[in-house]
Write a protein of this length. Structure first.
Length: 637
């Protein structure tokens, strides 16, 4: 493999920080003139670097679908303010803080016609407000914008919120002076409410709530506000920046990072944009200078509006079989101090077996050669880790089996200021950003130039990975999280998965014979199975013998999109069945879609997903399969 030192010396922390600074000055909302301006600025950076870049344009029209992603209208905004009448206080101002407006808000102008502001102080459950009339009013709603649909059904003109998403790693108090990035995601179907609103900090929200209560106690009335939003929604376009380093053939390695998010958003995801641009800059320059050879395979970078741009791009570039692998960079430069976690490599799902995970891990090891120990070995200074597959960003689109381009993600979690106004330049550490950039450089160049003599390095790392995964499931058994039946069958599942990974060597280096390595992997698992006295006996329901096939390319973007195709009643019935906690389906939807391959029976799909999740998910899998069939994404083979 390419000696990583040449990349380490070529990557510039100053360039990395400068690009974060420049990109974060743009209010980069998906499908907006502001995003377009950011994309055009990135094109100027590419020109300055001497990179071959194109600005691709796709329709932002609700009647258009890209794979399984329904488009939406373009949104523009010029001004927005929210003023309290008495006392006179400006509560929100788009020109000062772009995140203070709920993105994709419809226009409104009540500067000369103040409206009542009704505090919803009985929680976020709509049943507590059955007799409340909000017609022509603004509601002070303290929950997430995604939960506010019922407010518009009661006639509200808009909302004000001081919501902060709390997690195990952060509290409302820790972000008391910040604002949450909030957006409406209309699918533009008949009868859909026109959402509009403003965001306050928790400090201002608490102050305003107190004033609302005092007003109600004093005279039984409401405070009044003057909402003003000069915005428009219309059929427009979204942009994708495509950067290419030509290889000797047209097989392709991809880097990806989303360019969207509000002004000032730095770690999410100006950091990923900067890291990938610098990666392409360094590879391109070193090739031109003759310091490294031209890659055998082409390297492409796509800078996209998150999810939407990847769906659009892959609907237009359908030669998926030429895609050797990808890495998605999403939040990769935060200072590793209080609640800015490790740079995390998220692996591909079981449905996409590949040695790409091992190459990503080697690339991360190369990036970690940051200092020397007392024994003169390399040691990393950047905290980093590897974890199993999870969703949440564009890597899931590449990894879907109907596309089958193995894509790892490089990200960072926890992130204290995730999706807030305080994700600013001061949270960025150029050294951490350089580590992430070097991981991307080493991955992209070495995959694009993979040779026979490089493959043994992948198999050496594969053994480490196998032992890690074996110990993970063993630990779950020893700690009582799973029983011996689950432990045994999970080990058999891992055996097959890793043997399939061995076979993928033939895709990375055409014609490579990995039969000996596959046999060795089998022997490793056979020994553990013998030592732990395991059997593959997790039950298979043979009565569930229907075989389904996928009828559409790509994963589901969001289920609500399918209302536009007339499946509203089906979706409503599904939501009733799953009950009040839809989060039990997080991660399950993609796992079920990935397992349906036109070969497995429903019983085998249930078994496969249950073993992956290490719990019985039969009931929920059957609900999902029924839904997928009803909305015509799968059919009986």
């Amino acid at each position: 493999m390419q000696e990583p030192l040449i990349f380490k010396e070529a990557v510039s922390e100053k360039r990395l920080l400068n690009v974060v600074k420049e990109v974060s000055n743009y209010h980069r909302i998906q499908a907006s003139p502001m995003f377009r301006e950011a994309a055009e600025h990135v094109m100027k950076i590419c020109k300055k670097y001497g990179l071959n870049a194109k600005l691709l344009s796709y329709e932002a029209d609700p009647d258009v679908w890209y794979l399984q992603s329904k488009m939406f209208k373009e949104w523009s905004i010029k001004e927005a303010t929210l003023d309290l009448v008495d006392p006179e206080i400006r509560l929100a101002d788009y020109s000062a803080e772009a995140i203070s407006v709920i993105q994709k808000s419809y226009p409104i102008d009540k500067r000369n016609e103040p409206v009542d502001l009704v505090l919803l102080d009985k929680g976020n459950d709509p049943s507590a407000y059955q007799d409340l009339d909000l017609t022509g009013k603004f509601a002070f709603f303290r929950g997430s914008v995604r939960q506010s649909g019922w407010i518009y059904e009661k006639g509200a003109l808009g909302i004000v919120t001081d919501f902060i998403m709390e997690t195990k790693n952060r509290t409302r108090a820790e972000l008391y002076d910040s604002l949450t990035y909030s957006s409406y995601w209309p699918v533009h179907t008949p009868g859909e409410p026109e959402g509009r609103g403003f965001v306050l900090s928790p400090r201002m929200g608490d102050k305003l709530a107190k004033m609302c209560r005092e007003k109600l106690e004093k005279d039984g009335g409401y405070l009044q506000v003057k909402p003003y939003i000069d915005s428009a929604l219309y059929n427009g376009h979204i942009e994708v920046v495509e950067v290419t380093i030509e290889g000797k053939d047209d097989k392709t390695v991809y880097l990806s990072a989303h360019l969207c998010h509000p002004r000032s958003s730095c770690n999410d995801n100006a950091s990923g944009v900067s890291a990938t641009l610098e990666a392409m800059n360094v590879i391109n320059r070193l090739v031109k200078e003759g310091k490294i050879e031209q890659p055998q395979h082409t390297i492409k970078l796509t800078l996209i509006p998150e999810f939407t741009g990847t769906f659009a791009y892959l609907s237009d570039h359908t030669d998926y079989e030429k895609g050797l692998g990808a890495m998605n960079l999403d939040m990769v430069g935060g200072k590793q101090t209080r609640f800015y976690g490790p740079i995390t490599l998220t692996k591909t799902p079981f449905s996409t077996p590949a040695l790409n995970n091992e190459l990503c891990m080697i690339a991360m090891d190369f990036a970690g050669r940051e200092a020397y120990s007392l024994s003169d070995d390399f040691v990393p200074l950047t905290n980093h880790r590897v974890e199993p597959h999870s969703g949440g960003s564009d890597h899931t689109v590449y990894c879907d089996p109907t596309i089958n381009i193995p894509c790892c993600m490089l990200g960072q979690w926890p992130d204290l200021n995730y999706h807030t106004a305080t994700d600013t330049l001061d949270v960025i550490d150029p050294a951490v950003l350089k580590f992430s950039c070097l991981t991307a450089v080493n991955f992209a160049y070495n995959l694009a130039n993979m040779k026979d003599e490089d493959v043994p390095f992948l198999f050496a790392k594969l053994e480490e990975n196998i032992i890690t995964e074996k110990n993970r499931v063993l630990g779950e058994f020893l700690n009582g999280k799973i029983d011996k039946v689950m432990f045994g069958s999970a080990m058999f599942q891992l055996k097959k998965y890793f043997q399939d990974c061995c076979e993928s060597a033939g895709k990375l280096v055409e014609g490579y014979d990995a039969s000996k390595q596959k046999e060795h992997v089998g022997a490793m698992f056979d020994e553990w199975i013998r030592v732990y006295d395991l059997k593959d006996e997790y039950p298979l329901d043979e009565t569930l013998n229907t075989v389904y096939k996928r009828d559409r390319v790509g994963p589901i973007q969001q289920l609500s999109d399918y209302r536009a195709l007339g499946y509203g009643d089906v979706l409503d019935e599904f939501m009733k069945k799953i009950g009040p906690n839809p989060f039990v389906f997080m991660g399950l939807q993609d796992a079920v879609m990935n397992a349906i391959d036109g070969k497995k029976t429903v019983g085998e799909v249930v078994r496969t997903v249950s073993l992956e999740k290490r719990r019985d998910v039969k009931e929920n899998v059957l609900l999902l399969i029924k839904l997928l069939e009803d909305i015509k994404l799968i059919s009986v083979r």
